[in-house]
Design a protein around this ligand. Structure first.
Ligand code: OOG
Ligand code: NI
Length: 267
């Protein structure tokens, strides 16, 4: 496990931007307008709820760095469970980790996913680089397609494995823009596709969180038998509002998250 938060997030960022060219471009675009570095609100990771790769095994890397568990979230239709983690240092990005509840899926999907996860050496899950190790199992294209029929989340996780699924720009820290609507305008003016599931602006000031995201890039990926172009990762934007005590809300909004998951759907 990493002993330093900054090295972990730098490695996650480098690995993420290598497969998310639009995030790299948007980050550069925003960077030119800002006098200070872009601050991340959170990152997200995906997994299956099976040992040795369940949510808690990924979370251990962050607990080790001083993170604490926050709220939990349930996504019944997508068969997902999630929890967020936050750090006492306000500058540290929050971490949103979700897992597919494999036992609720079809017997065929369960067989495929159990077979993938059985290939993972438990010791490897604790290694420094596991959270950006990519796919730790063999996967052929037809198996990816079979997963996609039932669960886009399962297919994405099988294909991409362990890496940040997205980084999220903190709009609160920007000088040149202050609303999600303004970000969405900038994105569209520059040719990026905004996820419109449930509306382009997700959440509200009353919910203390407004968010938007790009649709995932589509990049070539090597499966064990062939290469194919599939959705990779996306970029997200979040604006938080204060609670009664003046402190910014630090949680997530399940109804918004449910739609943000769809940023990796084929456009
Ligand atoms: C996570 C989706 C939820 C948020 O900010 O609510 C999310 C994912 O797509 O893995 O990131
Ligand atoms: Ni997010």
């Amino acid at each position: 496990m990493h002993s330093d938060r900054h090295t972990l997030f730098q490695a996650l960022w480098d690995n993420y931007r290598a497969v998310t060219p639009s995030a790299e471009r948007i980050h550069t675009l925003l960077g030119k307008r800002e006098s200070k570095p872009i601050v991340n609100d959170h990152i997200a990771l995906r997994t299956f709820n099976l040992a040795p790769v369940g949510l808690d095994a990924l979370a251990a890397h962050f607990l080790n760095l001083g993170y604490r568990p926050g709220d939990e979230y349930h996504f019944e239709a997508k068969k997902l469970y999630a929890r967020h983690y936050e750090h006492p240092d306000d500058d540290a990005p929050k971490v949103f980790i979700s897992e597919l509840r494999v036992e609720l899926c079809s017997p065929a999907l369960q067989t495929i996913v159990r077979d993938l996860v059985a290939q993972v050496d438990p010791a490897r899950v604790e290694a420094d680089d596991f959270l950006y190790a990519g796919r730790p199992w063999q996967l052929d294209y037809d198996t990816y397609r079979a997963l996609l029929e039932e669960s886009e989340y399962a297919a994405w996780t099988a294909a991409w494995g362990y890496r940040a699924n997205h980084f999220t720009v903190s709009i609160n820290h920007l000088e040149s823009l202050d609303s999600v609507a303004d970000i969405n305008r900038l994105l569209k003016d520059n040719g990026f596709t905004v996820n419109s599931a449930g509306g382009e602006v997700k959440g509200s000031p009353e919910q203390r969180l407004e968010q938007s995201s790009t649709m995932a890039d589509r990049v070539p990926v090597a499966f064990s038998d062939r290469e194919a172009v599939i959705p990779s990762c996306f970029y997200e934007f979040a604006r938080r509002y204060p609670l009664a005590d003046g402190r910014l809300y630090q949680g997530f909004v399940a109804a918004s998250a449910d739609k943000i998951f769809e940023s990796t759907h084929a456009g």
